[in-house]
Ligand binder design. Structure first.
Ligand SMILES: [Zn+2]
Length: 131
């Protein structure tokens, strides 16, 4: 089988417009995990809430996923392949409230960020909704 071309790889990594513009913080709010698969060596990994709120990713929580994708390289030494294939998956978190309730969900998100020592303002959120 021939090596995929750069254009094949771009095509494989292309995100639908709704996913491309979803922010990383939205994934936390909506209870999604992110699955990443390297197009060069096949290494796959999943970011759950813990990773997204962790030291490395908290700086990019306000980024849309297409920007996150473009900034990523494979973590495997000797690979470092760019543009992983990115998919969203339902995380199966039991947070004790109905995610369809936007107000409750946002209040939960702000509380969760503050618990992690992340200022909601730093990721583009205000706490107005709590007032
Ligand atoms: Zn790789």
């Amino acid at each position: 089988m021939p090596e995929p071309s750069d254009s094949d790889r771009r095509k494989a990594a292309r995100l639908t417009p709704d996913i491309a513009t979803t922010l990383l913080i939205d994934c936390v709010e909506l209870g999604y995990d992110i699955q990443l698969k390297c197009q060069y060596c096949g290494h796959d990994r999943t970011w759950g809430r813990r990773q997204m709120l962790g030291a490395k990713l908290r700086k990019v929580l306000a980024w849309p996923l297409d920007r996150v994708q473009r900034a990523l390289v494979c973590p495997i030494n000797g690979c470092k392949g760019p543009m992983p294939i990115l998919r969203l998956m339902r995380g199966g978190y039991q947070d004790g409230f109905d995610r369809a309730d936007v107000r409750r969900r946002r209040a939960w998100l702000i509380e969760t960020l503050l618990d992690e020592g992340i200022m909601p303002n730093d990721v583009g959120l205000t706490s107005d909704i709590l007032r």
